[in-house]
Design a protein around this ligand. Structure first.
Ligand SMILES: NC(=O)c1ccc[n+]([C@@H]2O[C@H](COP(=O)([O-])OP(=O)(O)OC[C@H]3O[C@@H](n4cnc5c(N)ncnc54)[C@H](OP(=O)(O)O)[C@@H]3O)[C@@H](O)[C@H]2O)c1
Length: 277
């Protein structure tokens, strides 16, 4: 089993740790570092055997992967702190920080480590994430395979040869769960405003979207249902669904989707530009 150090114990680190342990990775193979002692204690309590460190460099000693789960603005400082320990043990530096390019990770870690940039999303916590990965030049096939095995346990992994796609990946799959939650919220709220009891609106909206997502995922057995066909199958001519969908089209659903992705990808590119300085 891979020994994995998480640097930063926030949302995405907790999601990854939860998913990996649920998938059978022993908590004893995991370490985590964070300046917040209470946060560390909570994680160590939840995952018995997980080692918690106040020092990032100590957490990164003797590991196979050090996963940077800190905000983009402090990635540089953290790379500099842990590079020596990683160089010594031959561990892979893996960063999930939005907008921080491989070239910067490589430079900040002294141009001597195998570096992987990856973009997971929070459904990794329940083994249903998607994780896009991009490997730096020093990453061996064996390290790539090991990273794929590790993260394949918490979701679907997609390797990108061209790092320039990462801004759009960040916009789509990194930020995507929040769009879904917002859409469900909007329907819950609308149903309540139009007259359903709030609790019924909440349970019906959530159940509908989650059930439809499961159907889309399982439709043809390989996790890739044809959503356009599924939509047509439930849309009778002249029926209620057709009327609802017409309102979605009038509201400009395709234009809105493009605007959402463009805005988030632009922000990812801005973060990349800011971290490049
Ligand atoms: N959340 C997501 O869905 C998601 C998805 C993909 C990628 N990401 C990326 O993951 C990274 C973390 O995001 P997040 O949402 O998990 O943020 P977060 O919840 O704020 O977690 C970041 C953690 O890093 C800690 N930290 C701060 N300074 C540190 C240091 N010097 N050394 C070690 N740890 C330090 C923070 O502690 P304090 O709170 O005490 O400062 C916090 O616990 C970001 O770069 C983001 O782009 C997030």
């Amino acid at each position: 089993m891979a020994r994995v150090a998480f640097i930063g114990a926030g949302n995405i680190a907790r999601s990854l740790i939860g998913g990996l342990t649920a998938n059978g990775l022993a908590a004893a193979d995991l370490r985590v570092s964070d300046p917040d002692a209470a946060q560390l204690a909570q994680l160590a309590e939840r995952h018995r055997g997980l080692a918690a460190f106040a020092s990032n460099a100590a957490a990164a000693e003797d590991c196979d992967f050090a996963v940077l789960c800190v905000k983009p603005g402090i990635v540089r400082a953290v790379c500099e702190e842990i590079a020596g320990a990683l160089a010594q043990c031959g561990g892979v530096l893996m960063s999930v920080a939005a907008g921080v390019p491989l070239a910067r990770l490589d430079e900040w870690s002294g141009a001597r480590l195998a570096v992987i940039r990856c973009m997971p999303n929070t459904p990794v916590a329940v083994g249903r994430g998607v994780i896009a990965l991009c490997a730096g030049a020093r990453v061996s096939q064996a390290q790539r395979d090991a990273a794929g095995r590790l993260l394949g346990g918490v979701g679907v992994t997609v390797w990108l040869d061209d790092e320039s796609g990462m801004d759009l990946v960040t916009a789509l799959s990194g930020s995507g769960p929040a769009y879904f939650f917002r859409i469900v919220e909007a329907f819950e709220q609308a149903a309540a405003e139009l007259g359903l009891p709030a609790d019924a609106a909440r349970r019906l909206a959530r159940g509908t979207f989650c059930g439809a997502a499961a159907l889309a995922d399982n439709d043809n057995g390989d996790g890739g249902g044809d959503v356009a066909r599924l939509r047509r199958e439930v849309t009778s001519p002249g029926g209620t669904t057709e009327s609802g969908l017409a309102a979605l089209e009038e509201g400009g659903i395709n234009r809105l989707a493009r605007a959402v992705l463009a805005a988030a990808a632009k922000r990812s590119a801005e973060l990349a530009a800011a971290t490049a300085q």
